[in-house]
Design a protein around this ligand. Structure first.
Ligand code: AMP
Ligand code: ZN
Ligand code: FE
Ligand code: FE
Length: 281
């Protein structure tokens, strides 16, 4: 039997591995296939394709879009889309600008309470187009304003803490539409984390293709619940570790190993959708 990990981050968003390091880790953990799902970007997909090819691993292009459905934050994973799609790239660029502005706002709030972190410190550390709160946390530690990543969140960055800034998000329907228009499949990430159960039927009606049943933070009971939901709504099943390298302590790659049979199903559905689109074009 072979295995895949379809939820991974690199330093192109808030992970710490380069695509080459990630591919090497995947090989070390005996994975046959990985997908890259950096937040609001596909920049890592080209180098990851090359790194995986070198090691004989299968690579699936992906991304994780932060969206909102009726006020509920929902992360939508995109798979097998055209990473050169102009509309997708333009929309991602917009949300990368939102992320960068938010870093400036968070630093201004920190400065107001006497914490002298500069936005440039965060940008230098992040060194990517899609920075987020984990980069602010790491910069707070690097500049000795906090002792740990968790302390940075607990004191400053969590919701209701002084440097928290809400993020403007695209609607879930728009995220799904964008992914479909780029020829990809849209999958709801870690439903147990965002408590999205109530909205699943409506998100399915908006075109959702799959659901991330297996995730590091899902309990066995959650795995079963989402497997039942996948069956009920005829959704594809995916899974992944959501590894961020060393960003949040230990690397999680290897902790979730998805049966490759689910990757086959994902690719089958993708091929069917493509032939349908070609037939109607
Ligand atoms: P952002 O998208 O910039 O709001 O950042 C969200 C990221 O921060 C996610 O990857 C979370 O895992 C991480 N995060 C959110 N809350 C916490 C927390 N309380 N402690 C540690 N990490 C957190
Ligand atoms: Zn992340
Ligand atoms: Fe997520
Ligand atoms: Fe993620």
């Amino acid at each position: 039997m072979s295995f895949a990990d379809l939820h991974l981050h690199t330093r192109f968003s808030d992970g710490t591995y380069t695509p080459a390091e990630l591919a090497a880790q995947a090989q070390k953990h005996g994975l046959a296939c990985i997908a890259l799902t950096d937040h609001d970007t596909v920049e890592g997909c080209a180098p990851a394709t090359a790194a995986c090819a070198e090691l004989g691993l299968e690579f699936i292009p992906g991304s994780e879009l932060t969206s909102e459905f009726n006020g509920v934050e929902t992360h939508i994973l995109a798979y097998l889309m055209d990473t050169a799609n102009a509309e997708l790239l333009a929309e991602m660029k917009k949300f990368q600008a939102v992320r960068q502005d938010r870093i400036r706002e968070m630093c201004a709030k920190l400065n107001e309470i006497g914490v002298g972190l500069q936005a440039q410190d965060v940008f230098t550390l992040a060194n990517c187009a899609s920075p987020g709160r984990p980069h602010v946390a790491r910069a707070l530690v690097a500049k000795k304003f906090c002792r740990s990543f968790d302390e940075a969140f607990d004191r400053y960055l969590k919701k209701d803490r002084p440097a928290f800034v809400p993020k403007f998000k695209m609607s879930t329907a728009r995220a799904i539409e964008l992914i479909h228009r780029a020829g990809g499949l849209a999958v709801m990430a870690h439903p147990a984390l965002n408590r999205t159960d109530d909205i699943i039927p409506e998100v399915v009606a908006a075109g959702l293709d799959g659901i991330e049943v297996f995730h590091t933070k899902h309990s066995p009971a959650a795995n079963k619940r989402y497997m039942d939901i996948a069956k009920k709504f005829n959704l594809l099943v995916t899974g992944g570790s959501d590894c961020h390298g060393m960003s949040k302590g230990r690397p999680l790659i290897g902790t979730v190993k998805l049966d490759y049979a689910y990757v086959e199903k994902l690719k089958e559905r993708h091929a069917q959708d493509l032939s349908k689109a070609n037939a109607s074009a």
